[in-house]
Design a protein around this ligand. Structure first.
Ligand SMILES: Cc1cc2nc3c(=O)[nH]c(=O)nc-3n(C[C@H](O)[C@H](O)[C@H](O)COP(=O)(O)OP(=O)(O)OC[C@H]3O[C@@H](n4cnc5c(N)ncnc54)[C@H](O)[C@@H]3O)c2cc1C
Length: 217
């Protein structure tokens, strides 16, 4: 971005370019932390008597890491322009190679639904509710607590449409990674991609509960 000149100026001098680069750097910082979590969980799972990696954290790490990685690759294609279309170049190759990460070992849509359902089950036996999980993450980050009204149902068990469950699972996954990022001392700039995703998903749920699962990732 420093070396390439576009319309007489280095590409890096454009505001939108700087925002994209910052977002990709932030995603890389989050990815390093997720890698550490993955290594710790895998080590623990290798110890005698372990029941393996707990499904919830495995799903959270996979969904957040693969969503961020693919988003970073496609965002980078805006910066590399036509060069990014070539699959013999780094960005084109990365975009193509990262696409299946969101569909293998369970597509992310299905994993998000599983994350929601596991959290809902845990909440029934004294675990944290969805509203509490969202509130806690925002309070820890020092951000205003958003409305989660779209996720509350009056008519009880099983009434929430799958699209909303899927979206809620994504929110829980990003909120969990946000909390771990804060614990790990990640900068507030590094946490921005998570904040944007949580805010976007909650806003989608409020604005269009029926089509809520169809978030473009
Ligand atoms: C690169 C790559 C490597 C792979 N490697 C392996 C491997 O080594 N071993 C292995 O066993 N498998 C492997 N897979 C398979 C992978 O686990 C499956 O692709 C994945 O679990 C999805 O299953 P499927 O393709 O049968 O899709 P399906 O389960 O048929 O799903 C098709 C579509 O329906 C949606 N869907 C499915 N169920 C639901 C539901 N309950 N609610 C809402 N939507 C739903 C999915 O989101 C998806 O969009 C690999 C896949 C890829 C892409």
């Amino acid at each position: 971005m420093q070396e390439r000149t576009v319309f007489g100026k280095p590409l890096a001098s454009y505001g939108q370019v700087q925002v994209r680069v910052a977002e990709i750097e932030a995603a890389a910082e989050i990815a390093r932390m997720l890698h550490e979590i993955g290594c710790r969980e895998a080590e623990a799972a290798d110890r005698p008597g372990s029941a393996g990696v707990p499904a919830q954290i495995a799903n959270v790490v996979k969904v957040v890491a693969s969503d961020l990685a693919f988003a970073s690759a496609t965002s980078a294609s805006q910066l590399f322009g036509g060069e990014s279309y070539r699959t013999d170049g780094y960005v084109g190759r990365a975009t193509a190679d990262l696409r299946p990460f969101r569909i293998f070992e369970g597509s992310n849509d299905v994993l998000c639904d599983a994350i929601w359902q596991a959290a809902e089950k845990a909440a029934k036996t004294g675990g944290e509710s969805f509203a509490d999980a969202v509130r806690r993450a925002h309070e820890l980050a020092g951000w205003p607590v958003p409305s989660v009204a779209a996720f509350t149902t009056d008519d009880g068990e099983g009434a929430l449409p799958q699209g909303l469950r899927c979206l809620g699972g994504r929110v829980l996954a990003n909120a969990e990674v946000l909390r771990r990022g804060l614990e790990a001392g990640l900068s507030s700039a590094a946490l921005l991609p998570l904040r944007r995703r949580i805010a976007r998903d909650l806003a989608f749920a409020e604005a269009d509960p029926a089509g809520a699962g169809l978030v473009e990732y």
